[in-house]
Design a binder for this molecule. Structure first.
Ligand SMILES: [Zn+2]
Length: 212
C-alpha cells in the first residue's frame, strides 16, 4: 500500500476508535511501517481528528523526517518493531477495560487474560504484563523488547495495551478483540468460567498456524 493510502488509513481507523470510545482525549497512538521509515501519530493529537499530512514520519533511529513532533510514546512502538520484523503496524490505547485489567492485582504476568474465546487465542495468543514504569522511562522500551520476540501484544501495567499486526487493519482488530476479552473477563469475575483447555488451544495453533 502506498504511503498516501496508509496515511489515510491511520486517520480513518483513528477516528473510528475515538468515535467508539476506545480512546479518549489525546491518549493512544497508531504507527505503520514504511519502506523508508515509519509513520506515527503526533504528540498531543486526538485520534478523532488526525490530519494525514501532519503525521510524524520517522527513521529507525527515531529521528524526525517530516510532520509534527511524534508521540512521546514513540519508543514503545520502536521497541516492538525492532523485535518483530513481521509487524506492519502497531496500536496503543488506554482503552477502558484493558486498562482496568492492567491495574488489577493477582494477574498471571506471563498471560494476564484467560483464553475465554477462540478469537482471543487467534488474534492475541498470550498476553504478558509489562511491569509499571513512569511515562517516558526508556527502561519500559527495554522491558517490551524482552517480550516482543515471542508476543505480538503486551499489556503495560497501570496503563494499557500495545498490539502489533501484519497490517494496520490486523492490529486494530486484534486490539479490539483484546478490549472485548478484557470486558468479558471483568464481567465474569466471581463467576465460574470454562476457558479453552490446552488441547483446544493446541488445535487452534495447528489449524491457524499460530506462533506463541
Ligand atoms: Zn499510553
Amino acid at each position: 500500500m502506498k504511503e498516501s493510502a496508509l496515511r489515510e488509513e491511520i486517520v480513518r481507523f483513528g477516528r473510528s476508535l475515538f468515535d467508539r470510545g476506545l480512546t479518549a482525549g489525546s491518549t493512544g497512538n497508531i504507527s505503520v511501517r514504511l519502506d523508508d521509515g515509519w509513520l506515527l501519530t503526533p504528540t498531543n493529537a486526538c485520534l478523532g481528528t488526525l490530519d494525514p499530512a501532519r503525521l510524524a514520519k520517522l527513521d529507525w533511529q527515531g529521528r524526525s523526517i517530516s510532520g509534527d513532533a511524534p508521540s512521546k510514546e514513540a519508543f514503545l512502538h520502536r521497541s516492538l518493531y525492532e523485535e518483530r520484523q513481521a509487524a506492519g503496524a502497531i496500536v496503543h490505547l488506554h482503552s477502558t477495560h484493558s486498562a482496568a485489567v492492567s491495574c488489577m492485582g493477582g494477574l498471571d504476568h506471563a498471560n494476564c487474560l484467560p483464553p475465554l474465546t477462540a478469537y482471543f487465542v487467534m488474534k492475541i495468543g498470550r498476553l504478558p504484563l509489562v511491569p509499571y514504569y513512569r511515562p517516558g522511562d526508556p527502561a519500559l522500551g527495554d522491558a517490551i523488547k524482552g517480550l516482543a520476540g515471542k508476543h505480538s501484544a503486551v499489556l503495560l501495567a497501570n496503563h494499557g495495551p500495545v498490539v502489533s499486526g501484519s497490517s494496520l487493519e490486523a492490529a486494530v482488530y486484534a486490539t479490539e478483540e483484546l478490549e472485548e476479552t478484557a470486558k468479558l473477563f471483568l464481567l465474569l469475575r466471581n463467576t465460574a468460567t470454562c476457558p479453552l483447555n490446552n488441547a483446544q488451544i493446541e488445535e487452534l495453533k495447528t489449524v491457524f498456524k499460530l506462533d506463541f
